[in-house]
Design a protein around this ligand. Structure first.
Ligand code: ZN
Length: 170
């Protein structure tokens, strides 16, 4: 494919994500955000933000798309997938993208645009840059000697057992 054709196909998927965001406003289901996940040119998921509709503060468009794509592909690993999102992902969604091993993210609006529209997430990024004891949410260590047992049990497993757990085949 030549460069123009490649660009047009990316834009086609971005427009799907944006349409999803637009529809969301019209249906009153949630904020103006949409995200699509594509693998080998095939749309696996295209979802809007559904925070208010589902009373789920983590139901951002990108997280919803990751959940749907993983469910459809029956894997937590989206390596080889591309995300098209109507807005530059927030810190939570950015983390989810890394955990899902998505390789490429195309975004429409920037964080500055989101800030302008009243959906800023700069406060989260700023918090993440601070040491735990300087954040506005109280983080306190507790029950460390109990909690470490989960890791002790995990590291006592053989490599074969660990991969069975990771592959969901145990
Ligand atoms: Zn997000």
């Amino acid at each position: 494919m030549d460069k123009k054709k490649i660009e047009a196909s990316h834009l086609k998927f971005m427009r799907m994500a944006v349409k999803c965001a637009d529809n969301n406003i019209r249906t009153g289901n949630g904020g103006p955000f949409g995200a699509a996940i594509v693998k080998n040119g095939e749309v696996i998921a295209c979802t809007p933000n559904s925070v208010t509709a589902t009373n789920d503060p983590t139901a951002h468009a990108e997280v919803n798309a990751i959940r749907e794509a993983c469910k459809k592909l029956k894997t937590p690993d989206l390596e080889g997938c591309v995300m098209y999102t109507s807005c530059e992902p927030c810190p939570m969604c950015t983390s989810a993208i890394y955990w899902a091993r998505i390789n490429v993210v195309y975004y429409g609006n920037t964080k500055t645009d989101a800030e302008w529209a009243g959906f800023g997430d700069t406060f989260v990024s700023e918090e993440l840059g601070k040491p735990l004891d300087q954040r506005s949410v109280l983080f306190k260590r507790l029950g460390a000697s109990d909690a470490i047992r989960s890791f002790e049990e995990w590291i006592s497993l053989s490599d074969a057992e660990k991969s069975e757990v990771k592959n969901g085949t145990l």
